[in-house]
Ligand binder design. Structure first.
Ligand SMILES: [Zn+2]
Length: 270
């Protein structure tokens, strides 16, 4: 193969500042982080506030660069093995990480951002605009489900917030409903899984954002405005799952109300 395999030299343009200190620390939802851009590159930040979201390219300096295949053990040791190019594993020959963040503020060459899961001191290689044409609403992705329910809840919460962009009570309800659906049905983004939401437009929007169910091609999503306690119904060729809310939910009860207190669940398998 005619390719120059000699080293490519990259210089960091900045560094991550975060309360995450080690690879074992889990990021909390809503946790801010900072990108300190080095003085000689700060001119390149001009008009960056025109962006709400940015792609950040990082160099995971603590990664294992010899690894080509891995099991996402941190989420679930029972998952199958994947090649690192089909995953977002930090361990890979060139440990370049790509992460999408929300820009909150720029002050004195320091960007305050949301959604940056990197430890303090991680070198930053580049910052780029996130454009609408980058969006693929319903991609096919590996089903990497954490065995830890708190990690699962945080993952769906983060995804719902990214989609719906406000932490309203129906976002909390949607996340809890989707966690139940995920528990009974597995990957809720499956093309053969349809969902009907009965409730507010906020609930419908959040469940659509989490399930990636489109109205057509394939038709996976339906919504009925319902003034009472909400419900959602999931169907696939093998059966039906209906989740009825028994009471409203707020931020406080989101994390501590049990499924049995919050929902009545009907599950039929053909
Ligand atoms: Zn809302």
């Amino acid at each position: 193969m005619n390719i120059d395999t000699s080293a490519i030299v990259l210089k960091p343009i900045g560094v991550v500042r975060s309360t995450l200190r080690s690879l074992e620390d889990y990021p909390e939802p809503g946790m801010p982080a900072w990108i300190e851009v080095l003085p000689q590159y700060r001119e390149a930040l001009q008009s960056i506030e025109a962006n709400s979201h940015l792609w950040i390219l990082l160099w995971f300096h603590k990664a294992d660069r010899t690894l080509l295949k891995t099991v996402p053990r941190r989420f679930n040791p029972d998952l199958p093995e994947y090649g690192v190019f089909g995953l977002r594993s930090p361990n890979r020959p060139n440990p370049i990480a790509l992460t999408l963040v929300q820009l909150e503020e720029l002050e004195n060459g320091i960007l305050r951002v949301q959604g940056l899961d990197a430890i303090d001191g991680t070198p930053v290689l580049d910052i780029k605009s996130y454009y609408e044409q980058d969006i693929v609403f319903s991609p096919k992705t590996p089903y990497i489900r954490s065995t830890d329910p708190v990690v699962r809840r945080n993952h769906f919460y983060k995804q719902a917030l990214k989609h719906h962009q406000e932490a309203c009570p129906d976002l909390f309800m949607a996340v809890r409903m989707v966690l139940v659906a995920d528990q009974y049905l597995g990957h809720i983004n499956r093309p053969d899984l349809r969902v009907t939401v009965k409730g507010s437009s906020c609930l419908a929007d959040c469940i659509q954002g989490l399930s990636r169910a489109r109205l057509a091609n394939p038709s996976r999503f339906a919504w009925l405005q319902a003034p009472d306690l909400p419900a959602c119904c999931w169907t696939d060729p093998g059966g039906m799952l209906t989740i009825h809310a028994l009471c409203p939910l707020d931020e406080e009860s989101f994390g501590n109300l049990g499924d049995a207190d919050l929902f009545r669940v009907e599950f039929t398998r053909i």
